[in-house]
Design a protein around this ligand. Structure first.
Ligand SMILES: O=Nc1c(NC[C@H](O)[C@H](O)[C@H](O)CO)[nH]c(=O)[nH]c1=O
Length: 193
C-alpha cells in the first residue's frame, strides 16, 4: 500500500534464525499491549521463534533509548526462560521470570515501542524529539537495527487507530506493530547478509 510498508515484499524474509529484542514503555498500557501483540504476531508469522523474542519494559518512552542501548550491549535483562534455556544459562528448577545476562551481539534487531500522547504542555514535543534522536543514535552507533515503534499522537484516538483498536467512525485502524515486526525481520536479515 502507498502509506504502509509493502508487506508482500518483506514477508519474503525468513526469520527462523533471528533473535529479536523488544523494549516497550508502560505509559498508555492498553495501546502498548495491542502494539506489542501486533508486533509479536508479525514476527512469528515471519518465522521468528517465540523463544527468540526477548521482551523488556521501561516506565516511559524517555527510557527507551537507554534500555535499547543496554539490551544491545548485553546486560541483565528480564528474559523469558525460553531464551535463557536456549542459551543454557538456566536450569529447569528456576522460577519465572529469570534475570539473566544476555551476551552482547545477541540481537539481530531491537524494536522500541512507546505511545506518546500530546498533553497540555510542551512535554510531548521534548520527549518525542529526544527519543527519536536517541533511538537513531543507538542504531547508528551499535550497527544493530532499531525499529522506531513510538507513536507520537496528538490525541488518544490517533493512538488507538494506529494500534488497530480505534473507536472512531472510520473503523479500528491498522496495527502499526505489524509493520514494525516486518521491518525488524527485513532489516535484521539484510544486516546479516
Ligand atoms: O508524559 N507523557 C508520556 C510519558 N512520560 C514519561 C516519560 O517518558 C518518562 O518515563 C518520565 O519523564 C521519567 O523519565 N511517557 C510515555 O511513554 N508517553 C507519554 O505520553
Amino acid at each position: 500500500s502507498i502509506k504502509g510498508i509493502d508487506l508482500s515484499y518483506s514477508s519474503s524474509f525468513d526469520g527462523s534464525s533471528l533473535r529479536i529484542g523488544i523494549v516497550h514503555a508502560r505509559w498508555n498500557a492498553p495501546i502498548i499491549e495491542a502494539l506489542l501483540q501486533g508486533t509479536r504476531d508479525k514476527l512469528v508469522q515471519c518465522g521468528v521463534k517465540s523463544q527468540n523474542i526477548v521482551v523488556q519494559s521501561v516506565p516511559g518512552s524517555f527510557e527507551l533509548p537507554f534500555a535499547t542501548k543496554k539490551m544491545i550491549a548485553g546486560s541483565h535483562v528480564q528474559a523469558n526462560v525460553g531464551t535463557a534455556d536456549l542459551m543454557g544459562m538456566v536450569d529447569s528448577t528456576s522460577s519465572l521470570p529469570t534475570e539473566v545476562s544476555i551476551p552482547s551481539g545477541s540481537f539481530d534487531a531491537v524494536i522500541a515501542i512507546g505511545v506518546l500522547i500530546k498533553g497540555a504542555t510542551m512535554h510531548f514535543e521534548y520527549i518525542s524529539e529526544a527519543v527519536t534522536h536517541g533511538l537513531m543514535n543507538v542504531q547508528l552507533e551499535s550497527g544493530v537495527p532499531v525499529i522506531f515503534g513510538v507513536l507520537t499522537a496528538l490525541n488518544e484516538e490517533q493512538a488507538l487507530e494506529r494500534a488497530g483498536i480505534g473507536k472512531g467512525a472510520n473503523g479500528k485502524g491498522h496495527n502499526h506493530g505489524e509493520d514494525w515486526g516486518a521491518a525488524a525481520v527485513e532489516m535484521a536479515s539484510n544486516n546479516l547478509a
